[in-house]
Design a protein around this ligand. Structure first.
Ligand SMILES: Nc1nc2c(ncn2[C@@H]2O[C@H](COP(=O)(O)OP(=O)(O)OP(=O)(O)O)[C@@H](O)[C@H]2O)c(=O)[nH]1
Ligand SMILES: [Mg+2]
Ligand SMILES: [Zn+2]
Length: 330
């Protein structure tokens, strides 16, 4: 039987037979708190953090559809001798997986696993965009996790009722206004923060995910970034995905801010994703302008004059290129 301590880290009974088999071979179960291509930081049932190597065998299997550890995974590992790192032996089946579209890659990428609840964190400043929230809801919809929309920076919102209604109309029953900075509204998160529950925060850079993590931790552990003075966006302060253990025993994954392009579904068209650019492009000299190297391009003109965000334009070019290469493959 697995002990209570594993359950407190989010263990689920379906994995029990695999652990029993693994124990016969001297393997132990642990949860991935941080992951790179070569190493995982594991949290063991006794609360210890261990460094464990990803052997070539797992990379080899991954090329044929096997799993490589991501944050939130349960793994079987062989502990190292005292003071030495161990080795990850196997990644156990996932009960949920948060997947994003990686730019320039055909296969969607799993960013974290075994999450019970995704907190879709949006700032009620320039970040607020119901259409983007809708895309996050679609992404979480297929993951096996429950979605909760956290409307952060509530003290900056002039018409909170309107925003709340707008987001509730997207079909998500749980919409919570909070101020991570001031520590307001956080009690409403309690039902999702019980011991052994796993949460992951998704949202754009600057939405306040790490600020919220620090609030829930009760200490300034995660680095918080400033917003750019030019466009009020975040600066991708968090770069490492990491699982944190909250004082009440819930596990919280702080993610780096997502870029617009990583939210796009397989079926997305350029027109759906970038209606503003399509609109600007109506005035280009060539009707089939790709807004890249063509002369008299109104889209490039809008970037040059600051009316169109440079990063958004770059994302447009990336998606255009990606869609064209998909066409070629077909
Ligand atoms: N006014 C206000 N500002 C906030 C609030 N929460 C966070 N911020 C500010 O928003 C900025 C970005 O916060 P972060 O917590 O670093 O944002 P993040 O989502 O972790 O961003 P990345 O790590 O880049 O993805 C900081 O200047 C925070 O002080 C809030 O409730 N109200
Ligand atoms: Mg952050
Ligand atoms: Zn153009």
């Amino acid at each position: 039987m697995s002990d209570r301590r594993l359950r407190e880290l989010g263990w689920y009974p379906e994995l029990e037979p695999m652990l029993a088999e693994g124990r016969k071979r001297g393997l132990q179960a642990a949860r991935v708190m941080a992951a790179s291509r070569t190493f995982s930081t594991l949290l063991a049932g006794d609360g210890r953090q261990l460094k464990s190597r990803i052997p070539g065998r797992l990379h080899h299997l991954a090329r044929r559809g096997g799993l490589l550890p991501v944050v939130g995974d349960w793994v079987l590992h062989r502990p190292g001798r005292p003071g030495r790192e161990g080795v990850v032996d196997a990644v156990l089946p996932r009960k949920s997986a948060i997947v994003r579209q990686a730019p320039g890659r055909a296969v969607p990428q799993v960013i974290c696993a075994n999450v019970d609840t995704v907190l879709i964190v949006t700032g009620l400043d320039q970040d607020y965009n119901p259409r983007r929230i809708e895309r996050y809801l679609a992404l979480v919809g297929g993951s096996g996790a429950e979605a909760v929309v956290v409307l952060n920076k509530m003290e900056l919102c002039r018409d909170l009722e309107r925003c709340l209604n707008e987001v509730r109309n997207l079909g998500c029953p749980a919409v919570l206004p909070v101020s991570a900075l001031r520590g307001e509204g956080l009690d409403a998160l309690a039902p999702w923060l019980r011991k052994g529950m796993t949460l992951a925060m998704l949202g754009s850079s600057g939405a306040g995910k790490s600020t919220l993590a620090n609030r829930l931790l009760g200490e300034e552990r995660q680095v918080v970034g400033r917003l750019s003075e030019r466009d009020g966006k975040g600066q991708h302060t968090t770069t490492q995905r990491e699982m944190l253990v909250l004082p009440g025993g819930a596990l919280l994954i702080d993610n780096p801010g997502m870029r617009e392009i990583q939210l796009l579904q397989e079926t997305t068209t350029l027109e759906e994703a970038f209606p503003d650019i399509v609109e600007l492009g109506r005035a280009c000299r060539f009707t089939d302008c790709r807004h890249h190297r063509e002369p008299d391009c109104q889209v490039k003109e809008a970037v040059a004059s600051g009316r169109l965000d440079e990063v958004r334009y770059q994302n447009f070019l990336k998606l255009q290129q990606e869609l064209e290469s998909r066409e070629k493959i077909r």
